[in-house]
Design a protein around this ligand. Sequence first.
Ligand code: SAM
Ligand code: SF4
Ligand code: SF4
Length: 337
Amino acid sequence: MTELLDGLGRPIHDLRISVTDRCNFRCTYCMPREVFDNHKFLPRKELLSFEEIERLVRLFAGLGVRKLRLTGGEPLVRNDLESLIERLANIDGIDDIAMTSNVSLMTAARAQSLRDAGLARINVSLDAMDDATFKAINDVDVSVQQVLDGIGHCAAADYDEIKINMVVKKGLNEHSILPMARFFKGTGQILRFIEFMDVGNANGWVPEEVFTAAEIVEMINAELPIEPTDANYSGEVAKRWSYSDGGGEVGVIASVSEPFCGGCHRARLSAVGQLFTCLFASFGHDLRTPLREDTSDKEILARLENIWQNRNDRYSEVRASLVGTPIKKVEMSYIGG
Ligand code: SAM
Ligand code: SF4
Ligand code: SF4
């Protein structure tokens, strides 16, 4: 099989699957209450069923997809995720299944059943170590301890990898960078800092609110010396930094200040079956209609190939030239992070 490449020569390796647009948090930079408290969430029948997701993933695997990530909204609010994971883990070609979650709903039993179903890795979102900051961000009164308990349950269930993602927004939580670094240093759980991004239109993003990767590194290095480390694989989005004293590593995802579109091998499937070829896309490609219209695998496959071959996205590389231009973009909670 010849490798499927997009318009800029990039293969498709990763698929992010949003399993719900709902979330139990109202993070101010993602689902601010002003916008989402009166939001009409999707009715159940609009969501792709597990059978539909499985069929699509089988086709994607035939095109080169090897890694899957379940996301949302909050994936743990979708019932019976275990049976979806089991189906996906049995697909030929899929060799890695991960999930991004706020883990506030992760019980010990759930961590174990997801692990048993075939979930290998978890990325936990946590943006502060103190309740005042964290609650101001999640806006639903969930404490830091509740998330740490979720992480503890995942650690007890022996996942291959647990990473912690912290979004840093200037003026909101840069004072949490060092407390987070101190807490996770030496735990084996890799902390990754993510620049605040202009995803969607709801979060009021302005470039001045980006606390840059360089500023993050400088802040950590001043107290806990770190040095750059080689990437684990080509196309890795996080730049790796190791503690000079051997206390492990941190990652920095500089999506705004140092874009990495050239190595972007990722597509995103929304909960209703829209395929997005970029996190900042204005529209998705409807895959649910053909799925529900008795379309053959061959025809859907041809559609997927056509979408990928016509992909030319490199939003982050051209962002600077677009500031001030009104662009309708899909929301993060809809497309999945
Ligand atoms: N609810 C889950 C969670 O928070 O882990 C999964 C979905 S959430 C949309 C995925 C990731 O996107 C989270 O780590 C979140 O912090 C990040 N995120 C959301 N809005 C963002 C923004 N504007 N800039 C950078 N990261 C953002
Ligand atoms: Fe929910 Fe995740 Fe968005 Fe926070 S970042 S509102 S937890 S989807
Ligand atoms: Fe990929 Fe789009 Fe992000 Fe560039 S801006 S890395 S193309 S998702």
